[in-house]
Design a binder for this molecule. Structure first.
Ligand code: HAM
Length: 430
């Protein structure tokens, strides 16, 4: 019997490997991406939050919305005695739960939170779409200031700029306030109802449950119908329109490029006012690098007595990798060991085992070959490891209390007292 990763999931190995239409970069590349994300978001004063992968199913159903694709067909549900949990499909609702549960407003001011971690959606796997994928994102909770929206967009862009990602497009829209949406929903429904028989099955269902999602259609006939459909901006009330104008002015002031798209609606129900999506031409059908928006109604939807205005984004790390791959981005490799220890003979093997430990305690990265291999095999392993230097100890050297230190690049070799190895090598004088 043999086992494999579940479809739509993948292992991250020390080296890059190909799977599911993607090259999964090695673990050092993941660390590099995560470190860069932390660095950039840290400059915006976002602080890290880590929430569980398992959450109550009702949090997600109420937060993300019962009629969304995510909740109606993509949740990984875990039944456990009387409880039902869900593997989190996204992190915004969990972060809001944590904010409310721990009264983070008591820390004072708006809370700037960021996260990096796995999410789970039972979608049909394809290029750029996985069942376990990884998001980084921010949630700025406790402010309705348009600067919070503009800063969120700027932070999203800054991450891609830090990697030099080219050919991206940021689409921006406003959904208006909660009161604006039903009016627009009704207008859309009235417009599409006479064409209901011509609509695809998906759009016909959406006409009933969530007509705004028809704006997402990829069907050319439906797109043609949309040309004359009521437009969202015409239904956005005064306060939300002013907010949107200010967000755009702030982005213009920062020189952050965007294009307005009155058809951008997003697939999660919690959004109000600003929404945005960052796309890349390098990604194919799954073109969204990251997306987000304002969600002033989410807190109350998940049980808060007060409204808590908030705005955030999330972005897929796999899609960032795809975009970087398309540009031939060179990822850093795991650093090789500083020292490879080679032992000749049984007594030397035992002694070098202790020497390796001493060098590690002194802060060096040390490797050696297991299994009593020949000198030649050990030297080959040393070469393969990429170590800068080998420490070679035979029984003769051991008797003399010395080791041979060889520079693998130049081939230069000299004797160093075993007792002085740590100081010599860790001091860089070897
Ligand atoms: P979302 O648009 O559902 O938004 O996901 C954000 C990003 O996660 C997408 O743009 C994409 O890069 C990545 N992503 C989503 N699903 C998959 C998948 N199956 N495979 C690979 N990558 C995927 C949210 O999740 C919101 N929580 C964003 C947000 C934060 N809004 C406010 N704050």
């Amino acid at each position: 019997m043999s086992f494999q990763t579940i479809r739509g999931t993948f292992d991250v190995l020390p080296d890059a490997h190909d799977t599911g239409g993607m090259t999964v970069p090695g673990s050092a590349a993941w660390r590099h991406v995560e470190a860069t994300v932390r660095d950039v978001l840290g400059r915006f004063a976002f602080e890290e939050i880590r929430t569980p992968v398992l959450e109550p199913v009702d949090l997600v159903a109420r937060g993300v919305g019962a009629t969304t694709d995510i909740v109606s067909k993509e949740m990984f549900v875990v039944e456990r005695t009387k409880e039902t949990y869900v593997l989190r499909p996204e992190v915004t609702a969990p972060v809001m739960r944590a904010y409310l549960e721990h009264h983070l407003e008591q820390r004072g001011g708006a809370q700037r939170l960021f996260y990096v971690g796995p999410c789970f959606r039972a979608e049909r796997p394809q290029k750029g779409r996985f069942r376990q994928f990884h998001q980084f994102g921010t949630e700025l909770i406790g402010s309705d200031d348009p600067r919070a929206d503009a800063e969120t967009v700027a932070a999203l862009r800054a991450v891609y700029d830090a990697f030099g990602v080219r050919d991206t497009r940021l689409r921006l829209n406003t959904l208006g306030d909660a009161a604006d949406r039903p009016r627009y929903r009704d207008a859309l429904r009235d417009y599409f109802e006479p064409y209901a028989a011509d609509l695809s099955e998906t759009s016909r269902a959406r006409l009933e449950t969530n007509p705004l999602r028809i704006l997402d259609t990829k069907n050319p006939a439906e797109q043609a119908l949309l040309a004359d459909a009521p437009r969202l901006p015409d239904f956005v009330g005064g306060a939300a329109a002013e907010h949107y104008a200010e967000v755009k002015a702030l982005l213009d002031g920062l020189g952050v490029p965007y294009v307005e798209d009155p058809r951008l609606v997003r697939g999660l129900d919690y959004y109000t006012r600003t929404v945005f999506e960052l796309e890349s031409d390098a990604l194919g059908a799954q073109s969204a690098l990251g997306a987000g928006g304002r969600y002033d109604g989410l807190a109350e939807a998940v049980g808060s007595k007060q409204p808590v205005p908030a705005v955030g984004f999330a972005a897929g790390i796999e899609r960032l990798f795809l975009a970087l791959d398309a540009q031939g981005y060179a990822f850093p490799q795991t650093a090789p060991p500083d020292v490879f220890v080679v032992a000749l003979g049984g007594a030397a093997e035992r002694a070098t085992f202790g020497i390796a430990q001493t060098l590690r305690t002194a802060g060096l990265r040390v490797d050696f070959a297991l299994g009593g291999r020949s000198m030649k095999a050990q030297m080959r392993a040393a070469d393969r490891s990429g170590a800068a230097r080998t420490v070679i100890v035979g029984d003769d050297e051991l008797a003399a209390g010395e080791a041979q230190v060889r520079d693998l690049e130049t081939g230069a070799q000299r004797a160093v007292p075993i007792a002085a190895l740590a100081v010599t090598l860790a001091g860089g004088a070897g």
